[in-house]
Write a protein that binds this ligand. Structure first.
Ligand SMILES: Cc1cc2nc3c(=O)[nH]c(=O)nc-3n(C[C@H](O)[C@H](O)[C@H](O)COP(=O)(O)OP(=O)(O)OC[C@H]3O[C@@H](n4cnc5c(N)ncnc54)[C@H](O)[C@@H]3O)c2cc1C
Length: 406
């Protein structure tokens, strides 16, 4: 039976970064069930790896839904700039896009992985692939880990098994079972950072059209729950784009999304309609709606849906029809049929309950010397580099805590 000070289950970014930050006076082993480490990291950012974001660290806290408080300590201890500096120290500059997304200058996720693997080698960390942990037992202050034909023993255990999305990469939610078997609570895992399918979708013809800075509001049981502004895109079955994808952690089947295409409320648009009608009642609906600077295909789709002819004159529109027009442009309702499944969602919302984990050390409050890092925790960030940064920052905090323990 192999015996180590620290065993890390999972060779994703969180597991690898934890390993290389543990004081070398501790023996460290990483066990990875796939035939290669960090398969998800390799496909991140379409193979370019959006490793972090250059926004202020304060701004980061707006990008983890309702769970950002937990991350404050870790993100302040190992910041986005620390990550950029670390990569620079390993010979890798980053390039930044207009939204602050940072990528390795080589635009290759594999180069980020190579940096992590080289560090593992330099620091003499044992990394074993094809080692799927199936069971964990706690006995006499030790953890006993079982694979199909091996047993490992350790004093400190780090669970870095990721979430449940893109299961082909190896992230199949095993960490949730391990956590439960050790007494932890799991917040129901759900697909997040995903597109949505819309019930009775009428905009198939608009597939590929996208809109910037659109107000999106979420309604459940006729109650407005939250709203935000983001870019949206139309697909063949529903909606996508960062504004929808970042919002998906809050969404459920049956929810209503109200989209304000007009960038103004319906009272304002109504007033503009009446003024335009008084000035030039013969003006066509199509000409009036051009002022909204929306793609013509979208305007025509909405107008057709209301059985209005684009060339109809403003003065011929009844008050009732005008109200419908206002609602369609300022609060178009889409009923969600479903959220993209774990096969297509980029991350998992839910996971190991944060109430049972110390936000300073990332150590379990239930089992001493047990740590959960990265996406296995009930943490999911927006698109833009926030998830990989969270994986690195939580890994760093756990590593510092393990290192400081004698
Ligand atoms: C298509 C896609 C693109 C993405 N792009 C970005 C991006 O550009 N920027 C960004 O910030 N985030 C991105 N993400 C999210 C980001 O990749 C993840 O949040 C991040 O990889 C999580 O890291 P992790 O180490 O916690 O878990 P993972 O990367 O999921 O790694 C977990 C590892 O544990 C292993 N494992 C699981 N169970 C066991 C077991 N029983 N025994 C042994 N090993 C096990 C798995 O095989 C896996 O290698 C993307 C995700 C996807 C799917």
């Amino acid at each position: 039976m192999k015996n180590y000070d620290v065993v890390i289950i999972g060779a994703g970014p969180s597991g690898l970064f934890t390993a290389i930050n543990i004081n070398p006076n501790k023996s460290v082993m990483i066990l990875e069930k796939m035939e290669k480490p960090a398969k998800k990291l390799l496909i991140s950012g379409s193979g370019r790896c959006n490793v972090t974001n250059t926004g202020s660290i304060k701004d980061f806290f707006k990008h983890y839904g309702d769970n950002s408080n937990f991350l404050k300590h870790s993100l302040n201890t190992f910041t986005n700039q620390d990550l950029i500096d670390f990569l620079y120290s390993q010979g890798m500059k980053v390039v930044i896009d207009k939204n602050g997304k940072a990528f390795p200058e080589t635009q290759k996720a594999s180069d980020i992985l190579n940096i992590l693997l080289n560090q593992c080698e330099t620091k003499k960390i044992d990394l074993y692939i094809n080692q799927e942990i199936s069971r964990i037992k706690r006995s006499s202050n030790k953890f006993i880990l079982k694979t199909q034909d091996e047993e490992y023993l350790c004093d400190y255990l780090v669970i870095a098994t990721g979430g449940k999305s893109y299961p082909k990469t190896g992230s199949t939610g095993d960490g949730y079972q391990f956590a439960e078997s050790l007494g932890h609570t799991i917040v129901e895992p759900k697909p997040a950072l995903s597109h949505v399918k819309i019930k009775n979708y009428k905009f198939i013809d608009l597939a590929g059209v996208s809109l910037t800075d659109i107000e999106i509001s979420l309604y459940r049981n006729n109650k407005k729950l939250r709203s935000h502004v983001g870019d949206i895109g139309f697909t063949h079955r529903g909606l996508t784009g960062p504004g929808i994808i970042d919002f998906s952690r809050f969404l459920d089947s049956g929810d209503i999304l109200k989209i304000n295409f007009a960038s103004r409320n319906s009272e304002e648009l109504n007033k503009q309609f009446i003024e335009a009608c008084q000035k030039e009642g013969k003006q066509s609906i199509k000409k009036f709606l051009k002022n909204l600077f929306l793609p013509e295909r979208l305007i025509l789709s909405i107008v057709n849906e209301l059985k209005i002819q684009p060339e109809d004159q403003l003065a011929t529109i009844t008050k009732q029809l005008r109200n419908k027009l206002m609602t369609s442009f300022c609060e178009f309702s889409f009923e969600i049929e479903s959220i993209g499944s774990f096969d297509v969602a980029m991350v998992t919302s839910g996971g190991v309950s944060l109430k049972e984990i110390s936000s300073k050390t990332i150590e379990s409050k239930i089992v001493p010397h047990l740590y959960f890092v990265g996406e296995v925790l009930d943490i999911d960030g927006d698109t833009g580099g926030y998830n990989i940064q969270a994986a690195f920052s939580t890994g760093y905090s756990a590593a510092k805590s393990i290192s400081s323990d004698n």
